[in-house]
Write a protein that binds this ligand. Structure first.
Ligand code: ADP
Length: 421
């Protein structure tokens, strides 16, 4: 391993932008293949309106299908709203209830080890979670070659909304969304679960302005008050806290809190808080605003595996207050500074954060952004990107400098099916 002062140990090649796997993950014995049957989910039968669908159609949710328990529950595909790590996410209508649902397809064909462990983890966790700030899993359906998670439908995700050409949140709305994020996290952390991929496209919002946390593919149960040995290759790069970038494998809920801080700052500035292209430039981008960590402001930083190897040549002092004081209220500044503490032990828990003056005493009070009803169409990251592509040739004529112009890290980090989190 090269010990160049400004570079971390070379990580294994990322499977996609910003996503990698630790050696310790890879060295774990692979879990036994998981049979779909162990999920205790019922096989669905396919019945096209004319008495059956061709084999080739089984991959396509566009064909009506039904569960044995509820034969009249046919889903009509309306359109694709997401391109996830496992497969596509569709907007669909339940023919019986008329309710809109999201169908998240788990692609099975490429899996050598059986049912993908990340999907298994997500399903098991979602089955346990019942909270108004967590997306609700309604049922699981199995079709040839694919499993579908049937989820309550949410009109937008935060990344899509932030990419809207002329929609902006009022301060009271931004406050509500940060509050709702923290409420969801307070519940998750209370349940002993780390999300490990909090970012805009995983924060779903409906037209009533309700926010729900989604995508539990990287989430895991953590043991409170115990040393942990988890992978540090989680959380999409721009939302990844410094302790993970410095190689920490013992960590807790504070990793999700950092991500909330990044998103909150993005509400006010309209662009990603820290936007590196790899671990080193990400750390650099954090240091330039928050200051270089030292034993004075982060007593245990020296113990982190990569600290000595990635020490920057220059020492920066924090520019956080001077950079944002004119943009943020005193309460917002105080909360953000706490959420973005370099030392994870100094970050408040989600429950503590909800008691900050920003929420308790400072005006305006949080108001759910029900004005989302006024925006035409559904705004998820997927459609947002598509609209941008469609506009592509014209966009050089428009003068738009919002965050949507940035090249966001594409994928949520993904663990290989044989890894332990
Ligand atoms: P993956 O785990 O494969 O990355 P996600 O769960 O993140 O997939 O879903 C990908 C995208 O699909 C999300 O960013 C979101 O825009 C959309 N999506 C996911 N779940 C829903 C839902 N319940 N309602 C509406 N859109 C959803």
């Amino acid at each position: 391993m090269t010990t160049v002062s400004t570079h971390p140990p070379p990580p294994p090649p990322p499977p996609s932008n910003n996503t990698t796997t630790t050696a310790s993950d890879v060295n774990q014995p692979p879990p036994p293949p998981l049979a779909i049957q162990s999920l205790q989910i019922s096989e669905i039968s396919f019945t096209g309106q004319t008495g059956g669908v061709p084999e080739s159609a089984l991959d396509d949710v566009g064909y009506p299908f039904q569960t044995p328990e509820d034969p009249s529950a046919l889903f009509e595909k309306i359109g694709q709203v997401g391109e996830g790590t496992y497969g596509k996410v569709y907007k669909a209508r339940n023919g019986k209830t008329g309710k809109l649902m999201a169908l998240k397809r788990i692609r099975m064909k490429t899996e050598k080890d059986g049912f993908p462990i990340t999907a298994m983890r997500e399903i098991k966790l979602l089955q346990k979670l019942k909270h108004e700030r967590i997306v609700q899993l309604q049922e699981i359906m199995v079709a040839k070659g694919s499993v579908y998670m049937v989820l309550e439908y949410m009109d937008h995700d935060l990344s899509g909304i932030l990419g809207h050409p002329n929609f902006n949140f009022e301060p009271a709305h931004a406050k509500s969304l940060v509050k709702q994020m923290l409420e969801g996290l307070a519940y998750l952390h209370h349940m002993g679960i780390l999300h490990r991929d909090i970012k805009g496209s995983n924060l779903l919002i409906n037209n009533k302005g309700e926010l729900k946390i989604a995508d539990f593919g990287l989430a895991r149960v953590f043991e409170k008050n115990r040393a942990h040995d988890y992978t540090n290759r989680v959380i999409t790069l721009w939302y990844r806290p410094p302790e993970l970038l410095l190689g920490a494998t013992a960590y807790g809920p504070a990793v999700d809190i950092w991500s909330v801080g990044c998103i909150m700052l993005e509400f006010f500035t309209g662009k990603a808080a820290f936007s590196g292209v790899d671990e080193i430039t990400q750390l650099d981008s954090i240091y330039k605003i928050m200051g270089t960590p030292s034993v004075e402001n982060w007593p245990t930083v020296k113990e982190l595996p990569w600290y000595a190897m990635v020490r920057p040549n220059e020492n920066y002092v924090s520019k956080f207050k001077e950079s944002y004081a004119s943009l943020l209220s005193a309460g917002a500044l105080e909360l953000l500074e706490a959420l973005l503490s370099m030392d994870p032990l100094k970050r408040p828990s989600a429950a503590e954060a909800l008691n900050f003056d920003y929420f308790k005493t400072e005006l305006p009070e949080a108001v759910m952004p029900a004005n989302l009803l006024d925006i035409a169409g559904d705004w998820h990251e997927f459609e947002s990107k598509q609209r941008k592509r469609q506009k592509g040739s014209n966009s050089s004529n428009t003068n738009n400098n919002k965050s949507k112009q940035e090249t966001r890290p594409k994928a949520a980090p993904s663990l290989p099916s044989s890894s332990r989190p």
